[in-house]
Design a protein around this ligand. Sequence first.
Ligand code: T46
Length: 187
Amino acid sequence: MPFEFIKTDIPDLILVKPKVFEDCRGFFMETYKKSDFEKAGINTDFVQDNHSKSVRGVLRGLHYQKNPYAQGKLVRCIKGKIFDVAVDIRKGSPTFGKWVGLELSEENRLMLWIPEGFAHGFLTLSEEAEVIYKVTGGEYSPEHDAGIVWDDPDIGIDWPLKDVLLSEKDENLPRLRDADINFVYGG
Ligand SMILES: Cc1cn([C@H]2C[C@H](O)[C@@H](COP(=O)(O)OP(=O)(O)O[C@H]3O[C@H](C)C(=O)[C@H](O)[C@H]3O)O2)c(=O)[nH]c1=O
């Protein structure tokens, strides 16, 4: 099995560890395989791939697209290191408002599967980080783009750095209690 699927504190949030084949040339690894991911319960109807580069201290998030353009994300850091965070924002979920954060890096090669109904963000821990992620559900739709402020005390994310660089948009995101959310658990 080329992948190890690891549960996190939020049942639907899955850490994926690919099998790496190293030799004198370097390495090879499969980073996605439909049959294996579907066996693990991961939706693989990917509609878009994204790639962003950030410098140390940049925090992108917490973002989500509202229904009917909700997105699932398979996130991977291919250069440097990030602290990747997902927050459950599905109304009625037993883990509503709960967050999971972990390091994804060029070195650990871990990937995080974040289903629809979660807000996502990451903090750049290395001088530079490049993040690529496959997206399910809705293609990019600015009208459905939404977010929650990174340091919402009701969520209490323990970001490793406190002095962060945000876009103007992210500086002005609402708290979870005021956010425009239309996800329903099990819906
Ligand atoms: C997300 C997106 C953005 N754009 C354009 C819109 C802006 O002109 C420019 C930068 O967008 P933004 O500042 O929203 O990029 P990020 O802050 O990296 O947003 C992402 O950050 C967090 C981590 C996420 O999980 C989302 O995928 C996404 O919201 O790219 C597009 O053309 N297509 C897209 O899918």
